[in-house]
Write a new protein. Structure first.
Length: 216
């Protein structure tokens, strides 16, 4: 019997327009070996949390989503689960080859390129990479990323016009889940955004879902 490939997932979202080009499915993986000061995703850092999902199930979920342009992998550190994510992209593109792929990483592109075969396999399947650790002292209202050291690296020619577009924050999105929980996604345009949002919502009687996020 073939071995079941599993991915440890912190959260997933079926439609998001602030973490990459167009409308995208997003998977936040669970676990990151880095500890960037000011990381807004503390709940995704331990490797022993999250939900374990079969890659085949995640592929079915993505392939069944109408109107998306692609999928974004956030975290946590996607390259800590590179083999499973590469397998996921192969399964998705077998059925929906038009979907683009983007990933965040706390590692620099050059380091990932020198990494093992799993990391290189994931790189080969991506159209866009946002690379590098979050550096709080360099925080800015930047497109899809939190600090000025981070880069949007085009790995294919799928998005040739990105460099000509304004490098300004895409903002955040709030969502209300079917169970009534409130969550948010996106790259905070200002430091301390999450704490401020949680305080303001709490003052109005709302509790933010603890896995709401994107880091960096
Ligand atoms: S900002 Fe990203 S790379 Fe840094 S600790 Fe948080 S999840 Fe890991």
């Amino acid at each position: 019997m073939a071995e079941l490939t599993l991915l440890s997932v912190a959260r997933r979202l079926d439609r998001c327009t602030v973490l990459g080009p167009g409308a995208r499915a997003v998977i936040w993986v669970q676990g990151c070996p880095l500890r960037c000061r000011g990381c807004v995703a503390a709940e995704t850092l331990p490797f022993d949390g999250g939900t374990t999902c079969p890659v085949a199930e995640l592929a079915d979920w993505i392939c069944g989503l109408p109107g998306i342009e692609g999928v974004t992998f956030s975290g946590g550190e996607p390259f800590s689960q590179a083999a499973a994510l590469a397998e996921l992209l192969d399964a998705v593109r077998a059925r929906r080859p038009e979907l683009s792929a983007m990933a965040y990483s706390g590692y620099r592109y050059e380091a990932l390129r020198r990494g093992g075969p799993d990391r290189q396999a994931l790189l080969r399947r991506l159209d866009l990479l946002v690379d590098g650790p979050y550096v709080a002292s360099r925080h800015g209202g930047l497109r899809w990323r939190g600090s000025a050291n981070q880069r949007i690296v085009a790995l294919t020619d799928r998005y040739p016009d990105l460099a000509a577009q304004p490098d300004t924050s895409a903002g955040i999105e709030l969502s209300v889940e079917t169970d009534g929980t409130l969550s948010w996604a996106g790259v905070p345009p200002t430091p301390g955004f999450r704490e401020g949002l949680e305080e303001r919502l709490a003052a109005r009687g709302f509790v933010l879902h603890t896995q709401a996020r994107r880091e960096t």
